[in-house]
Design a protein around this ligand. Structure first.
Ligand code: SF4
Length: 391
């Protein structure tokens, strides 16, 4: 995705407009992809293929061959295809509407939208751009299924709109910009419509000055909702200070909190919980992957539950020990907890023990006083063992 390389990306605009120096701070962190991002990229590739085929841009043969390649990827699923077909159907309704209003309607896919007139080096990719009847309509596919994303006052979409205006404004007479989000997994569609003047005013007054600060690594840190997507969220001092301010409470008489005071504290709980969780995740990741030490803390092996090594062997063993096969099942083989209730823990630790394993627990941070030894990953243990053999 070309947008990944833009220093001030459209997708990060909500964050860098609210907190311009976050761009410089984020540069200290590596770019890491997630399985959700890769799934989203694959869904976009599938959508582009279906839409281009619908638009008569390729033969059936080429479509089938490209589709087969996408379907061979482990990221593909039938569920993904069904959602993307629904998205393509929704896009096509918008294309048909535009064509009904204007027979020369232009439909473009995966267009580079350059908004560098307002944001230095800024560009993004418009999934679908429809130009018809004095309107440029940018459509953005969101494959996430967390929450429905609003198109209203959405800086990412508005920057795409600006890019489309800048790219096609010279070729076509445009007076309106429409920006639509389609989120097929939530059956969510939302649109914002602005005049060219409204969009350009927003760009000049709100985007440009903030983008200049962000590009130069200047401006004031400002924490808020937008921190959720910041790479520095677990270690940022400004966010920590803001949350610690939230946590301080000005206790006064009487000795017990009053209902309005409790209500006030409750209003801060969600933000505080998110911050504490981000700090803990950052610390665990830094300790495990980079070996960073946090005084008074160590990495230990977390809890793990015993499980069957091989269910078929477990059933065979229990039947050999006189248990009726049907007593071992609910709809599937009973859990180890239920089997323990049935045969007793001494039998589980006795004749069933060879068929049970205890996987290594995930690493977790614990105070130095914790009795568990410092965590050693299975890989590290293997390496130590072979080093011992060589000594
Ligand atoms: S965590 Fe929040 S306050 Fe800190 S740099 Fe990132 S966006 Fe700004």
């Amino acid at each position: 995705m070309p947008e990944v390389h833009a220093k001030l990306s459209a997708s990060g605009a909500k964050r860098w407009m609210a907190c311009p120096p976050s761009v410089a701070l984020e540069a200290e962190f590596p770019n890491e992809s997630s399985v959700y991002a890769e799934e989203g990229t694959h869904a976009h590739a599938l959508a582009e293929l279906i839409l281009r085929y619908n638009n008569g841009e390729m033969t059936k043969r080429k479509f089938n061959s490209d589709l087969k390649k996408l379907q061979a990827d482990p990221l593909w699923s039938q569920e993904m295809q069904t959602y993307i077909e629904q998205y393509a159907h929704d896009v096509w309704e918008l294309v048909n509407e535009a064509k009904a209003a204007c027979k020369d309607a232009q439909v473009l896919f995966e267009q580079r939208l350059d908004f560098s007139a307002w944001v230095e080096e800024g560009f993004g990719t418009g999934d679908v751009v429809i130009i018809a009847d004095g309107t440029v309509h940018v459509i953005d596919l969101k494959f996430g299924k967390g929450v429905g994303v609003s198109a209203v006052n959405n800086p990412q979409l508005r920057l795409y709109g600006l890019g489309a205006l800048d790219t096609y404004g010279l070729l076509y007479d445009i007076d309106k910009i429409k920006m639509t989000i389609i989120q097929p997994r939530l059956e969510h569609t939302d649109t914002e419509e602005l005049t060219v003047d409204e969009l350009v005013k927003w760009a000049e007054e709100e985007v440009k000055p903030r983008a200049e600060l962000a590009y130069a690594g200047e401006g004031e840190y400002c924490s808020g909702d937008h921190c959720r997507f910041c790479k520095a969220k677990g270690v940022c001092r400004a966010r920590a200070e803001e949350n610690l301010k939230l946590a301080q409470y000005d206790f006064r008489e009487p000795p017990m909190l009053t209902p309005p005071e409790i209500a006030d504290i409750l209003g801060k709980v969600d933000e505080l919980k998110k911050w504490v969780e981000d700090v803990a995740n950052y610390a665990l990741d830094a300790a495990v992957r980079k070996g960073i030490a946090f005084p008074g803390w160590k990495v230990v092996e977390g809890r793990s539950n015993r499980k069957y090594k091989d269910e078929v062997e477990v059933v065979k063993c229990l039947v050999e020990h006189g248990y009726e096969e049907k007593s071992l099942y609910n709809t599937k083989l009973k859990s180890l907890t239920d089997i323990t209730k049935l045969i007793g823990s001494s039998n589980v630790d006795g004749f069933l023990a060879p068929y049970i394993i205890k996987p290594q627990g995930a690493p977790t941070l614990a105070p130095e006083s914790d009795k568990r030894p410092v965590f050693q990953s299975a890989e590290a243990a293997k390496q130590d063992f072979s080093d011992d053999l060589l000594d």
